[in-house]
Design a protein around this ligand. Structure first.
Ligand code: CMC
Length: 436
């Protein structure tokens, strides 16, 4: 046991030619061991090279664990299936932030603290007016969340644990308000203020879908489905946007700025935008009879087409979130009387065909969370350009928990990767008159 780090230590040897170096190997509580190569450069003069970080552990974390081969996802040790079935989103937020499920007193205190922060500074609404109406809501979110640091100066001192927690609660509380404002601005409707007597997800649905001229009636099945979607997206260990938040945070940047950086990273179609693409693909397929044609294209090396909502960098088994999402999708469609939705029929048949196809089995390509989330959100009346915004809202707690964990780690350093340089070697400046 290493006294400084508290890790169980073994050691491994790297041999290059006639030289060799020994490095410590740490065991986690579950999952693969890691080789600590932080002294590699100092001792050998070499860097490691791992574009895409497919073999690199960037940090130590106690928050989320994924076993991609077995299809397991745990938040603080608790299986995602159990949280989605029995928990609610704010309970999940508490678990991710504090490491334990709350007692009932802790839960009501936490809910109270979050609901007390749901309003945004009134001046924020003028920010929205500065955007074009047809701006993508993710562009608006990136700008507005970054702007929060200009409004809440009393929670930007990252060295103060109290301010860190206030900033965390503020972001969890204000994200639904900002997301709904981005939507309302986009469609030209007035902003709807939060109503704190409502639960988190019902409040969000009301801020999105209520209008001043009508009474809003919440549908508990849809509110529960939305809550579950938030739980499923709350954290996913060191993915691209979370790593972005950690890297930005490692410089000492304030938490609002770090989360804005995470939103920008999430916007990309390879990350947060895949459910939109999956929905579009199901629409293009249109009817079950056309599935073989698309399966053939997905398998064709000369065709760039891929089955959207299938495959995952980490899951080489059924994405556990996809199973829950499929069930939620059925619940929502039957509640809304859309059980015969042609998109659902296509999705179910496509899944069945792919899961019996040698190509998909051999490459371990299973449905991921995005396969069913698009159909569900569409049925709930959420426009496609808002899908990634909902992901942002839900992932905020994961980003914050990971950012806090990093700031509170005594061994934390600024993130500064190195490179394999393949550019020009040293050469002299040539005055412009002598350049050819
Ligand atoms: N359809 C057809 N073939 C596929 C697919 C697919 N959806 N995904 C991977 N493959 C094939 C790929 O062609 C490659 O074949 P080969 O070895 O013959 O060259 C092999 O499977 C491995 O693919 P890869 O691109 O090297 O795997 P990756 O781990 O880099 O990519 C992925 C993972 C998610 C980007 C990819 O599976 C994909 O593009 N899926 C569709 C997009 C999608 O649904 N994305 C959402 C991911 S879940 C959201 C989240 O958690 O953030």
């Amino acid at each position: 046991m290493d006294a400084k780090t508290g890790h169980n230590v073994k050691s491994g040897k790297l041999v290059v030619g006639d030289k060799n170096w020994s490095f410590p190997i740490y065991e986690g509580t579950i999952g693969p061991d890691v080789i600590d190569i932080s002294k590699l450069y100092a001792e050998s003069g070499m860097f490691t090279y791992d574009p895409g970080f497919t073999s690199t552990g960037s940090c130590e974390s106690k928050i989320t664990y994924i076993d991609g081969d077995k299809g397991i996802l745990l938040y603080r040790g608790v299986p995602i299936e159990q949280l989605a079935e029995h928990g609610d989103f704010l309970e999940t937020c508490y678990l991710l932030l504090y490491g334990e499920l709350p007692t009932s007193t802790q839960k009501s205190d936490f809910d109270y603290r979050v609901t007390r922060h749901t309003m945004v500074h009134e001046q924020m609404s003028r920010f929205f007016q500065g955007f074009r109406r047809d701006a993508h809501p993710m562009a608006v979110m990136t700008g507005c969340v970054g702007a929060l640091s200009a409004f809440y100066h009393d929670s930007t001192d990252i060295s103060d644990p109290h301010q860190r927690m206030v900033a965390s609660i503020r972001m969890i509380a204000k994200m639904p308000t900002l997301a709904a404002m981005a939507y309302k601005y986009n469609i030209g409707q007035p902003f709807v203020y939060p109503k704190n007597e409502l639960d988190y997800s019902t409040n969000f649905l009301r801020m999105c879908f209520a209008v001043p001229c009508e009474e809003f009636k919440a549908n508990p099945v849809l509110a529960r489905a939305m809550d579950r979607i938030f739980i499923l997206h709350a954290d996913h260990e060191q993915n691209a946007s979370t790593s972005t938040v950690r890297l930005a945070g490692s410089t000492g940047a304030n938490p609002f700025a770090c989360i804005a950086a995470g939103i920008a990273a999430l916007w990309g179609p390879a990350h947060g935008g895949a459910n939109e693409a999956a929905l579009k693909m199901l629409g293009e397929i249109g009817k079950p009879e056309r599935i073989p044609e698309f399966i053939k294209r997905a398998k064709d090396k000369n065709d760039s087409f891929r089955l959207m909502g299938f495959g995952h960098r980490v899951y080489k088994n059924y994405d556990p979130r996809a199973k829950i999402m499929q069930k939620t999708c059925h619940e929502v469609l039957s509640e809304l009387g859309h059980r015969d939705d042609p998109l659902l029929q296509v999705a179910l048949e496509l899944e069945r065909v792919a899961l019996h196809d040698e190509y998909f089995l051999e490459k371990k390509l299973y449905p991921n969370i995005d396969f069913y989330s698009g159909i569900t959100l569409k049925a709930m009346g959420v426009p496609t350009n808002m899908f990634t915004v909902l992901f942002t809202l839900a992932r905020t707690v994961g980003w914050i928990a990971q950012w806090k964990e990093m700031i509170e780690d005594p061994n934390q350093k600024i993130g500064r990767p190195r490179q394999l340089y393949t550019g020009e070697v040293r050469r002299d400046y040539i005055p412009i008159s002598r350049r050819k």
